[in-house]
Ligand binder design. Structure first.
Ligand code: A2P
Length: 314
């Protein structure tokens, strides 16, 4: 097994590495530590060429510092950050603040983190709508073409994407959504592919539930390929031509997460169908309703407004 160097051509003409390092630490604005900076430096020095972050993670300064300290030229690194929901009415200001914190010359992709807008003090608001926010992002790209190379979204469904595409003159380069064996998002990926939008998988290992990495069948595959369950899962996602952004601050797991076996077609089929087992098909991220009791309000919007499949506890 060697380091995965697969890249995809985006609809804006740039290439995006299939594997990125996630930097979500599990809580909003968590204190970004020296430890985290060192793990990002390690990842870059060992071959990662894509870092995924967001304003709301509270770690942009650390990410920028790690990139500058890594010794890897900026031009070789693909850097993604995201617009906080509180700033849909203040896109330019938010972007320039992220640029200042990252201090990394330019951003490869700037994503609308969620379709939902919040007020500056975090209250739910119906405006701007996602298409309105997208038009502000397009205006940003036109004003600063050298600072923002591409635009994308996160947590969009077919429904919210349809609305956005009605007004868009720039098609999002990626849609970043929760994807793992219990939520393969086959239909959404198909829809995005049909529109030239690459899907990025967040929480590609399933965030909080051991049902995936401790599953007996996945562990059997790990044994067959002489690797870990995480490597099997990530290999499957990349075999589907998706981007994965596993987060880890453990040096051994950071290396595992970019080194995959080549899966046999029957094993890819098994993982494609993994979600079909009783009680398996569900979201795992807590914010998305992946709690034992489930819920269907996410940042003030119902699943129906989001265009998400209802979550059922089986
Ligand atoms: P750690 O940072 O200690 O490695 P996701 O990116 O799907 O949200 O998952 C992140 C979680 O999975 C983190 O808790 C991370 O912990 C853990 N993790 C990351 N890589 C692996 C791996 N290869 N094997 C097991 N757990 C992993």
């Amino acid at each position: 097994m060697s380091i995965c160097t697969k890249k995809y051509l985006l609809n804006n003409g740039f290439y995006m590495p299939a594997v990125g390092l996630g930097t979500w630490q599990g809580q909003v604005g968590s204190t970004a530590s020296k430890e985290m900076r060192d793990t990002i430096i390690y990842a870059l020095q060992k071959g990662y060429r894509h870092i995924d972050t967001a304003a709301v993670y509270g770690v942009e300064e650390i990410v920028g510092e790690a990139i500058r300290m890594s010794g890897v030229p900026r031009s070789e690194i693909f850097l993604v950050t995201k617009l906080h929901s509180t700033h849909h009415a203040h896109v330019e200001e938010a972007f320039l603040e992220s640029m200042k914190r990252l201090n990394c010359e330019y951003i490869d992709l700037y994503l609308m983190h969620w379709p939902q807008a919040l007020t500056l003090d975090g209250k739910h608001t119906k405006t701007p709508t996602p298409p309105e926010t997208w038009l502000s992002m397009e205006a940003l790209k036109k004003k600063y073409p050298d600072l923002v190379r591409g635009l994308g979204v996160s947590n969009f469904s077919e429904k919210t994407m349809e609305e956005l595409l009605k007004v868009a003159t720039i098609v999002p380069a990626t849609n970043q959504v929760e994807v793992h064996p219990m939520l393969p998002q086959h239909d959404l990926v198909k829809y995005m592919n049909a529109h030239g939008i690459l899907t990025t998988c967040y929480s590609p290992l399933g965030q909080y539930v051991p049902a995936i990495l401790k599953d007996a069948h996945i562990l059997e595959l790990a044994e067959k390929y002489n690797c870990t369950a995480a490597q099997v899962v990530l290999a499957w996602e990349v075999s589907r031509d998706l981007v994965v952004i596993p987060k880890s601050t453990n040096l051994d797991r950071i290396m595992q997460n970019i080194t995959y076996p080549e899966l046999a077609p029957e094993d890819i089929t098994f993982l494609n169908d993994f979600y079909k087992a009783p009680g398996m098909h569900r979201r795992l991220c807590q914010i998305n309703g992946g709690t034992p009791t489930g819920h269907d309000i996410v940042i003030g919007w119902t699943y129906e407004e989001l265009g998400w499949e209802p979550y059922t506890v089986e």
